[in-house]
Design a protein around this ligand. Structure first.
Ligand code: MG
Length: 297
């Protein structure tokens, strides 16, 4: 099932909804199932397996409660992450090559060990909302389509074999990056964390919908031109490996968001680079999750 955060009308209130497999394009308010959560993070932390199964059963809610997805304003599924997003750097082989070619000192990293960094995202950006250009501060704005993994319950010392039991679901993240800030400041944090640099959505697909590990086509386009085109099966460090490794030392709290890295074809990978400019329309797409489209403003 697909879980959404959405708004109707102009009251500015975020609501939770579910789109079930048999009813594409229809959205049921979570409240119509007699369940109440403050927001998506609260749902992830508190929902029981039984309640989750209940949500997957669209017939349990009356059809009269259904909305059309096209009639609501989509918000990012998790509008306010409670912690910085954990990101993987250089987690697809061909992206490693293109990055090192662009700026060897910043991107020539070991592939034996995963590269972890974090991204500040007090507020994420929904499908259809703008990506700020930061003219005067950023001269090399770039996109990175990534599979986002959402952790379902606190985990510590989880083995690779058990890791899939800790995945709540998946989303699409565009890990927007300012390459000049990323390289000038040596650490990537600033260049990845500007306000508006974390488009996420359009929904969270619950883990039961995909085999584990998920092997999903992942792509991005800019103004309709195909830029990235790969499969999440090609991760250098798998989701199970990431969860097992991090949880050896860090308790990964329920609701933790992990951006698993981006494939080749980002703007800095082209000669000359194809960085984003105002008016550009970026779409990140992952099979089975959907499309996340944002315009640079
Ligand atoms: Mg990235």
């Amino acid at each position: 099932m697909k879980l959404y955060t959405y708004q109707t009308g102009n009251d500015g209130v975020d609501r939770l909804g579910v789109e079930c497999s048999g009813w594409p394009g229809m959205l049921w308010p979570v409240e119509a199932f007699g369940l109440k959560f403050n927001d998506m993070h609260d749902l992830i932390c508190r929902i029981t397996p039984r309640q989750l199964a209940h949500l997957a059963d669209a017939e349990a809610a009356t059809e009269g409660n259904a909305l059309r997805l096209s009639n609501v304003r989509l918000r990012p599924p998790i509008p306010h992450p409670v912690q910085d997003i954990i990101c993987l750097g250089i987690n697809y082989a061909e992206h490693a090559v293109e990055s090192a070619r662009f700026h060897e000192q910043s991107f020539l990293l070991s592939r034996e060990k995963a590269t972890y960094f974090s991204k500040r995202a007090y507020e994420t950006t929904g499908d259809g909302d703008p990506i700020p250009a930061y003219t005067g501060l950023v001269d090399s704005l770039d996109y990175e389509a990534e599979l986002g993994v959402i952790i379902s319950k606190d985990c510590k010392n989880v083995s690779e074999r058990e890791a899939q039991n800790y995945v709540f679901g998946y989303t699409i993240i565009n890990d927007v990056s300012a390459r000049n800030l990323q390289t000038e400041h040596h650490q990537w944090y600033f260049g990845k964390s500007l306000d508006g640099f974390t488009p996420m959505g359009p929904c969270i697909v619950t883990a039961d919908e995909f085999a584990f590990p998920p092997a999903l086509a992942i792509s991005s386009t800019v103004n309709g031109e195909l830029r990235q085109n790969s499969n999440t099966d090609h991760l250098l460090h798998s989701i199970a490996e990431i969860i097992a490794e991090l949880s050896r030392g860090i308790t990964l709290r329920a609701g933790t968001i992990i951006a698993t890295g981006t494939p080749a074809g980002v703007g800095m990978g082209f000669t000359p680079p194809k960085f984003l400019k105002k008016g550009d329309v970026v779409t990140c797409e992952i099979e089975g999750i959907g499309k996340l489209t944002n315009t640079v403003k």
